[in-house]
Design a protein around this ligand. Sequence first.
Ligand code: ZN
Ligand code: ZN
Length: 277
Amino acid sequence: MCLGEPLRLMTVLSRCRSRALAIGWRFTGNRARPSISSGARVRFGPTRTGGSSTCNPSGSFPEQQSPSLGKLREYAAAFFQTEVKALPPVSVDTGGFTSRTNSMTRRRQILTEDVLRWLKGKLPADGFCLLAITMEDLYPEPSWNFVFGQASMTERVGIYSFARYDPAFYGEARGKDYQALLLRRSVKVLTHETGHMFGLAHCVHFACVMNGSNHLQESDRRPLHLCPVCLRKLQFSVGFDVVNRYRDLARVDEQAGFADEARWLSRRLAKIQPAGQ
Ligand SMILES: [Zn+2]
Ligand SMILES: [Zn+2]
């Protein structure tokens, strides 16, 4: 098996508050702070203090067909208020991942289980989680047609494909806003899935990036931002300043062309900090 495509790596540093509280979230719904955990049955929370999470872009990222790695990194840093590092690219051959040609699309797919197993051994000592992102299509097991991505929350590793966010994947023309659409979908899945690793379950409270979705249309309907409930949970876990986070996010949203999200954040900032205060 020789795939020959490079793996490209990116690291996100995090500041989780405490192991004890994270475990509380995981198993008890955080009795110490019931006001922010009610209704939240978090499967897996942060498990170490001062850890880091890692983004690991894998496969080729053709410039005209892929979300910008720099923008993904910057967006994740603003969203989680953590340092984000891109790690050096490595070859998919290094992992010896199983692949196949999908009988319907006639496109190559990579077996996610192989990637997850490989990632587990690559989580840096100071790493909180390690994510692989790729423009390759994925499948989780032979009986499945495809999967957008797969993660092990206990091991804090995940692999996500943006291949099916590209209209060209379905034989459709790329619109003039293709790059913005691809970036929007990519940061959405990146923050949603990494949010799970930070202890956020699917949100049922408000329109929220942590809402569950079963297909692309449902995912597209989700906003990019966290609702107040999920924001409080993430803030409790990471310990950031909410105003600084909103400002950082508004800036990257503006730069990315997410004008609707930038406006939403501006309205939140205006509420939190009325003029003159
Ligand atoms: Zn989810
Ligand atoms: Zn929410």
